[in-house]
Every structure is written in structure tokens, then in C-alpha cells.
Design a protein around this ligand. Structure first.
Ligand code: IPE
Ligand code: MG
Length: 222
């Protein structure tokens, strides 16, 4: 969800106002993707590298997360959204950890769109987490295969992404779902995250529908 800072800057506002604006479209974005038949949606909210930002911004982002959970979880629950966290809770306050866990618990049995919130997430860190977990069970007689490795990641129950949308015009991975994105389609839009609306979603899905996915083979596969 990139471009909050630039969105604010262009309006002469503090960066945190941009982050706040970036939370206001979240509910609409989720219901729009759900309406288009998307079953899993992941929002990349805070990377492990984002701790490098000035303290005030980090604090602002963390408290915004708590606020958004409090504000949105009731609505999301009513709409049948199932919440899931990708990343580590280590380093977050106990209060925030509890909020994240209770939001997941509350929506656990929902059968609507699965919403993954990648927060305090890093793709490399996730791979190392899985490697270390597998090392703990190292006396298993079976060599580690792709399926087993996938099941050890934060995304154990989540299929690999078909489409990754990057807002604010950047053309890099930024440590996002490195293992899972091996054959994802990429789409970058210059739209800043707070302006990412229905029209922008339709443009992304339209572009995706024109891609031919062959997964290294010669025949198109779905
Ligand atoms: C939001 O956008 C992404 C987060 C890490 C929360 P940015 O804060 O990266 O916005 P820009 O890149 O400065 O515009
Ligand atoms: Mg950015």
C-alpha cells in the first residue's frame, strides 16, 4: 500500500495524514475485490524494514494499525471476512498483539474473502523462520519438498498470489512474499494508495485478465 507519504506531501500535509487517508479506503477495497470474486487478498502494511523510519512515523503506523483493527473488525466480521496476520508479532506491544490475535480469533470461522494483513512482515525473514522450524524437526526421514516448505510459511493455508498490485509506481519486490510470488503476475500503477479506488481495481483486473499464464510451460494454465 505505497504512496501515502507522497499523497500527503502533495497536499502539504504531514506524512501521517497520508497513512490515515490510506486506511480510509480499505473497507471499500476489500468489498470491491470480494465483489470481483477474489478469495484471498493480502495487504502489505508494514515491512520489517519499515522500523528504519523515524520513531514518530513508526509509532504513528503502529497505533494506526490498532485503531484500524478496532474500527473495522466489527464490519469485516459482519461481511464474513476472515482475517489473518502474515509476519511476526515479536517487537509489537502486548496490547497490539492481543488486538491482532483477538481479531483473528473472532473472524476464524468466517467463509468470505480471506484478508491477510502483512504487518511486521519480511519475505527473507519468513523463509528463514521456515528453515529454522524445519531444522527443529530435522530428524524427519523425508527431504523437504516445495509443498512442505510452503506449509511451513506464514501463508500455510493461503494459495500463492495470482496477481500482485504495486501502487505509487514502484517497480520492486520490497521483500514481499518472495517464495510465494515465483509465478505471480505483477502490475504497477502510478496511483497512490489513498486514491486506489474501484476504477483502479478494475484497471488492474482487466490487465490481469489479458495475461497468459503458462508457468514455464507452453500451454496456458489457470
Ligand atoms: C505507505 O506508503 C507504505 C508504508 C510503509 C506504510 P509510504 O509511506 O511508503 O509512502 P511514500 O513512498 O513515502 O509515498
Ligand atoms: Mg514508499
Amino acid at each position: 500500500m505505497d504512496g501515502n507519504g507522497r499523497w500527503a506531501q502533495e497536499r502539504g500535509l504531514p506524512r501521517l495524514q497520508g497513512h490515515r487517508a490510506g486506511t480510509e479506503n480499505i473497507r471499500k477495497v476489500i468489498s470491491s475485490f470480494a465483489g470481483h470474486g477474489v478469495r484471498y487478498l493480502t495487504l502489505y502494511a508494514f515491512s520489517v524494514e519499515n522500523w528504519r523510519r523515524p520513531r514518530a512515523e513508526v509509532q504513528g503506523l503502529l497505533s494506526l494499525l490498532g485503531e484500524v483493527i478496532d474500527r473495522e473488525v466489527g464490519n469485516l466480521h459482519r461481511e464474513g471476512v476472515k482475517l489473518n496476520h502474515l509476519g511476526t508479532l515479536d517487537g509489537l506491544s502486548t496490547r497490539l498483539q492481543k488486538r491482532v490475535l483477538s481479531a483473528m480469533d473472532r473472524t476464524r470461522n468466517n467463509t468470505g474473502i480471506s484478508l491477510n494483513l502483512a504487518f511486521n512482515y519480511g519475505g527473507r525473514q519468513e523463509i528463514l523462520m521456515a528453515v529454522n522450524k524445519l531444522l527443529e524437526q530435522a530428524n524427519s526421514p523425508h527431504p523437504v519438498d516445495e509443498a512442505m516448505f510452503s506449509r511451513t510459511l506464514y501463508t500455510a493455508d493461503v494459495p500463492d498470489p495470482d496477481l500482485i498490485i504495486r501502487t505509487a509506481g514502484e517497480l520492486r519486490m520490497s521483500n514481499f512474499l518472495l517464495w510465494q510470488s515465483a509465478y505471480s503476475e505483477y502490475y504497477s500503477t502510478s496511483t497512490y494508495w489513498p486514491d486506489f479506488n474501484e476504477e483502479a481495481i478494475e484497471a488492474a483486473l482487466q490487465a490481469y485478465s489479458l495475461r497468459q499464464r503458462r508457468f514455464g510451460g507452453l500451454k496456458q494454465r489457470q
